[in-house]
Design a protein. Structure first.
Length: 139
């Protein structure tokens, strides 16, 4: 990142009060400038994810019952078919029946979304979410 640039923004007082509450909830190391920078980066990352050809990274988190018929085999098969897009994965046994898996993905936005949907669509997956981030361009 380069030199800091100052700019002014006109905001209704009520919105500033709500924003200051957000800043306070973010912790002692955060101030208005830091939170605004965070929000700008978040908007830029979201914009990048909208471009189907942009290279992105993300995490897919899913919870499933490992006793579901052939579920683990189906999940493994999908992941092996897309090994070039999978950087890493972590499998955690939550209890006697449920597992949590976190898969780190990298590739074109459209391909990563499609891969996440195919994994989340497997019968037996109870819940899952794809979280977007960036390859570092906005950081």
């Amino acid at each position: 990142m380069g030199e800091l640039v100052r700019f002014s923004v006109a905001v209704p007082e009520e919105l500033v009060m709500q924003f200051d509450n957000l800043v306070a909830r973010r912790g002692l190391a955060k101030n208005r400038s830091e939170v605004i920078r965070d929000l700008i980066r978040e908007a830029l990352v979201n914009e990048e994810w909208e471009d189907p050809l942009a290279e992105i990274v993300g995490t897919l988190t899913l919870v499933f019952n490992h006793h579901a018929s052939d579920l683990q085999s189906k999940l493994d098969h999908i992941q092996h078919d897309h090994h070039a897009k999978i950087i890493s994965s972590m499998h955690i046994h939550l209890d006697a029946h449920n597992c949590l898996e976190v898969i780190v993905l990298r590739g074109r936005s459209d391909e990563i979304r499609q891969l996440a949907e195919s994994i989340l669509g497997v019968k037996g997956v109870k819940h899952g979410q794809l979280a977007a981030t960036t390859t570092g361009r906005w950081l």
